[in-house]
Design a protein around this ligand. Structure first.
Ligand SMILES: [Zn+2]
Length: 405
């Protein structure tokens, strides 16, 4: 067999044509492919950005094409390989087909360099792609739509007995995972990633209490979690169920409180509570980086994490307190209650709260602790039942006048 014939057979088999160009890691946006470029670098010059260095910076384009095409093939295929019926009277293949460009729109483009985009697309042998019947992409999509389905079920359909919702089929991929299965997936996801963070005794948590001009709160009772009858609905707790909302720094606590200040409560008093014993929480600001869509070894991890990222976005979403909060907060309230009452660490212990990114302060970390007023004490009155003690009892740490105009 001649050289060209042999090469053509090889190209068809692997799914991409040969391209004799070199690319550097700066021309690729995907972190996994950047690493592939660095491992395979054999040229001092990149053909896409013309960057030239003394050391080897550019790898053969084929080294990343190989990863891209094999990752694509894990979830997508040529319709002929999938046994899809072609019916010319019915308009061709009886399944939704994606062009190569549409395929990358769906997965995620690995570069922003237009020439490189063109070269990748042109190098791929197959023009049309359909989802593989054994694809986990379908499951990922179902998990994603499952979130929306869960939120819409508990917001607009059934809030207190959703776990009895009857499924039309075990996992109905078109309409997403039924709300009652959502908690099971949530638990599996929490088991997959270790978000545990332990705080030692002495750890400070900051809080700001809003109040009227003539009030001077300075005790654990007036600065800590509110009494049951004054507990309003919030991001992670339904009305009537008290928790301790705070932040890991004073500035974040103030910014989170400021948004709720009103003409009737224009003042805020800051306070610091300290832990009397070690506790563990789940730290949702420490989610692992989302694995690349082209990293085949970590595809499952990507599906799991997609779900937790969605949860964290919901935790940090800014919601106007105009009445809609009563429904908008329901999905995160339910998942937080799940963590509080059912999730267990490897040690068998429950977690005492969760850390989440502040919606008001970039980089700020907010915290919710599953503690009530009776878990907090004034300095000098602590006993074994208390978990937090108010620092500087009788002297507010800081008083803010919040501009409500
Ligand atoms: Zn380059």
């Amino acid at each position: 067999m001649g050289f060209w014939k042999q090469r053509q057979i090889e190209e068809l088999g692997r799914g991409y044509y040969s391209v004799s160009k070199h690319v550097c890691d700066q021309c690729v946006t995907d972190s996994f492919l950047q690493a592939v470029v660095r491992t395979n670098a054999e040229n001092r010059k990149c053909d896409y950005c013309s960057r030239q260095e003394d050391n080897l910076i550019a790898a053969p384009l084929e080294s990343i094409l190989d990863e891209i095409v094999s990752a694509v093939k894990a979830d997508w295929s040529d319709p002929d390989n999938e046994g899809i019926v072609f019916d010319s009277r019915e308009g061709g293949y009886q399944v939704e087909l994606l062009s190569k460009e549409e395929l990358f729109d769906e997965i995620e483009w690995p570069t922003e360099n237009e020439q490189l985009m063109d070269d990748i697309v042109n190098a791929m042998v197959d023009d049309n792609w359909c989802e593989r019947s054994d694809s986990s992409y379908e499951l990922a999509a179902a998990r994603k739509t499952g979130w929306e389905r869960f939120a819409s079920t508990v917001k607009y359909k059934t809030r207190y007995v959703f776990y009895r919702e009857i499924a039309t089929s075990p996992i109905h991929l078109d309409s997403g995972i039924p709300a009652h299965q959502r908690l099971q997936f949530f638990e599996e996801t929490l088991q997959t990633v270790d978000l545990r963070k332990t705080f030692c005794a002495g750890q400070a948590f900051h809080r700001v209490r809003l109040h009227g001009t003539n009030e001077f709160p300075n005790t654990s009772e007036t600065l800590g979690p509110p009494p049951l009858d004054k507990t309003r609905t919030n991001r992670m707790s339904a009305s009537g169920i008290p928790v301790f909302y705070g932040a890991l720094d004073a500035e974040t606590a103030l910014e989170e409180a400021r948004i709720h200040a009103s003409a009737g409560q224009p003042m805020g008093t800051g306070s610091t509570f300290r832990l009397l014993r070690p506790i563990s929480v789940l730290d949702f600001t420490a989610l692992p980086e989302m694995p690349s869509a082209y990293d085949k070894a970590r595809r499952e991890m990507r599906i799991e994490l997609m779900f937790l990222y969605h949860f964290v976005t919901e935790l940090s979403k800014r919601i106007d307190m105009d009445g809609r909060e009563h429904t908008e907060y329901v999905p995160t309230q339910i998942l937080t209650e799940y963590i509080r009452h059912f999730h267990k660490l490897d040690s068998g212990d429950s977690v005492m709260g969760l850390i989440y990114p502040s919606s008001m302060q970039t980089g700020g970390k907010s915290i919710v602790l599953f503690l009530t007023a009776s878990d907090c004490s004034d300095q000098g009155s602590e006993n074994d039942h208390h978990t937090l003690v108010l620092e500087n009892y009788g002297t507010p740490t800081k008083l803010f006048e919040i501009d409500t105009a």
